[in-house]
Design a protein around this ligand. Structure first.
Ligand code: PEP
Ligand code: MG
Length: 591
């Protein structure tokens, strides 16, 4: 029977396909005693076969991710772990000495190894535990003959339904096999949603009860435009959504064809329109979609695919060099590691309030040795293009000063060692805490540019966890408290002659664009696939009118009032933009 659920639209588009429910249970294996030597030999043989099958799987995955350098590196690490002689002999010794089944021996060895890793203080080493677990599960799945969490081994395209999804799980999924994502938890600015958008996969999050209500294999429709998910749809719904999907895809393709149009307002004012990227290879797509440079390279995502990156300068260097060369001479803003919060909690101590805890620049400055690896790679790569460095989650002036000192010191060291490097790039800050807004006059003399991170600025201003479905109705970037801060930041930057961009999700929201333009922002940085929509919107807005609207918005009392003000304006000028058209159709009595 058909069930319709409503959640938060996280990544636009429509997907229809069979459900794959992510099984997050641990595999529990009973102890099974073997009766004779033959059985012991057979179990050792089964274990070796499972290893062989797992090797084959990893090789196949490695081929399927060969367009992503970081993906290759992740698989290499998994291959090393799989072939680790001490783990292999541990398992075989257990089978022989304790006369237990291969599954049981693997589960015990895994248990011991994971316990050792789990007790380590070094977050990097603790993170290795996730890799061991991953590899162990693959071997187990092959021994048990079941398809467990081996998402990457999905044979035909599916819609993934799960309670929650880590950014690392999302990044590990093959784009070809993944039609759409539905999760019970998460908000539209959670990092899993950001990743789904960057991968161009339709997604709805914060559904509350999708995972429990879905039957594996049943047809699921994901409407990532409106935030609807339909389980077991009837024929009428299937037809309606198939048509919607076709029209959405066609309109998207047409938008991409307009990539050559300049990003200028209707009255001719040029605006910079750049891309947010999570992986270096995405840089290849920016021009095709009509973007200029990169306004935000979330470098921490490299780590999902190359967990050793923190220590490996080569991984950083190759990624930055690729992006800089690809987009030269356009600016590329590379953000230093923004770990913590909802990203990679397994490598960072558990805290009660991770968003208020050890996150971003705080971690980097507390671990200068590891941070230096990234800064060194940035300095070495900066000679390949127009690099800028940006620091996330700034609250204190000293944080900026310390990063600048580190950059200068590392540049000197490189020179002494005769290592080639580029100029020290301009150093900017993300304004994403109320502290940075209110103390901007203190920070500005130390910073070359500013980018407003509206996701975190909204979260920290309104005290609303950006990933929580329970308070998602309170997460509102149009709230007067947020809008007034954005206006203040842009005004102060302009007064000080500093460049100011926006790179949070708000920069791609149609109703926010006239406001941000009216306040005088220099740049919009948005997910690549949204560049054409944002450009259309910029091209339809008259800057003089936008300024008047932006000014009036500062006097209004709620997010809804501000949205309505912009909506009234936009409705008269909005071009035939795709989301609007679909919205109208739906209200006209679609599904
Ligand atoms: C933001 O906070 O708005 C931002 C762009 O950074 P992130 O989403 O990566 O936290
Ligand atoms: Mg942020």
């Amino acid at each position: 029977m058909c069930i319709r659920l409503n959640g938060t639209p996280a990544s636009p588009g429509v997907a229809i396909g069979p459900a794959f429910i992510l099984n997050v249970e641990e595999i529990r294996v009973r102890r099974k005693e073997l009766s004779g030597d033959d059985e012991v030999d057979r179990e050792v043989g089964r274990f070796r076969e499972a290893l062989e099958e797992t090797r084959g799987e990893l090789e196949r995955i490695s081929e399927s991710v060969n367009d992503i350098i970081e993906g290759q590196q992740l698989i290499e690490v998994h291959m090393l772990l799989l072939n680790d002689p001490s783990m292999i002999s541990d398992v075989e010794n257990r089978i022989r000495n304790e006369r237990v089944s291969a599954e049981y021996a693997v589960s015990r060895v895994l248990h011991d190894v994971l316990e050792r890793f789990g007790g380590m203080r070094d977050p990097y080493l603790r993170n290795r535990a996730a890799d061991v677990r991953d590899v162990g599960r693959r071997v187990m799945a092959n021994l048990l003959g079941t398809e467990r969490e081996a998402l990457m081994s999905i044979q035909s395209p599916v819609v993934l339904v799960s309670r929650d999804l880590d950014p690392s799980q999302t990044a590990g999924l093959s784009r070809r096999q993944l039609l759409g994502i539905a999760t019970d938890l998460g908000g539209s600015t959670s990092h899993t949603s950001i990743l789904a958008r960057s991968m161009g996969i339709p997604a709805v999050v914060g559904l509350g009860e999708a995972a429990g209500s879905t039957v594996p294999g049943q047809t699921v429709i994901i409407d990532g435009i409106h935030g609807d998910v339909i389980l077991d749809p009837d024929q009428d719904q299937l037809e309606y959504y198939s048509e919607l999907k076709k029209r959405y895809n066609a309109a998207e393709a047409e938008m991409a064809l307009n990539a050559e149009n300049p990003a200028v307002t209707a009255d001719g004012a040029p605006v910079e329109l750049s891309a947010n990227i999570e992986f270096s290879q995405e840089a290849d797509q920016v021009r095709r979609f009509g973007g200029r440079g990169i306004g935000l390279f979330r470098t921490e995502f490299l780590r999902l695919l190359a967990p050793e990156m923190e220590d490996d300068e080569k991984v950083h260097f190759n990624a930055y060099k690729h992006v800089l060369e690809t987009l030269d001479p356009e600016p590329v803003i590379i953000r230093t590691l923004d770990l913590g919060g909802d990203k990679f909690n397994d490598s960072i101590p558990t805290e009660r309030n991770p968003f208020l805890g050890w996150r971003a620049i705080r971690i980097c400055l507390d671990r200068p040795e590891k941070f230096s690896v990234q800064l060194r790679a940035l300095l070495r790569a900066s000679r390949f293009g127009n690099a800028r460095i940006m620091i996330p989650m700034i609250t204190d002036r000293d944080q900026v000063i310390r990063v600048r000192e580190m950059l200068e010191r590392i540049a000197g060291e490189l020179d002494r060692r005769g290592v080639e490097r580029g100029e020290v790039p301009p150093l900017g800050i993300m304004v994403e805490t109320p502290a940075a807004v209110l103390a901007l006059d203190i920070l500005l003399p130390h910073t070359d540019f500013v980018s407003i991170g509206t996701n975190d600025l909204t979260q920290y201003t309104l005290a609303v966890d950006r990933g929580s479905p329970y308070v998602s109705d309170l997460f509102d970037s149009f709230h007067p408290a947020v809008i007034r801060q954005i206006e203040m930041v842009i005004r102060k930057c302009r007064e000080a002659g500093k460049w100011v961009g926006t790179c949070g999700q708000m920069a791609s929201e149609p109703l926010a664009i006239p406001l941000l333009l009216g306040f005088g922002v220099n740049e919009f940085s948005v997910p690549i696939t949204l560049i054409p929509d944002v450009k259309e919107m910029i091209r339809s807005v008259n800057l003089a009118e936008a300024r008047r609207i932006a000014e009036r918005s500062l006097l209004l009392g709620s997010g809804d009032e501000i949205r309505n003000l912009v909506l009234d304006y936009v409705q008269s000028r909005y071009p035939d933009i795709i989301l609007d058209e679909i919205h109208r159709d739906r209200e006209d009595g679609g599904a």
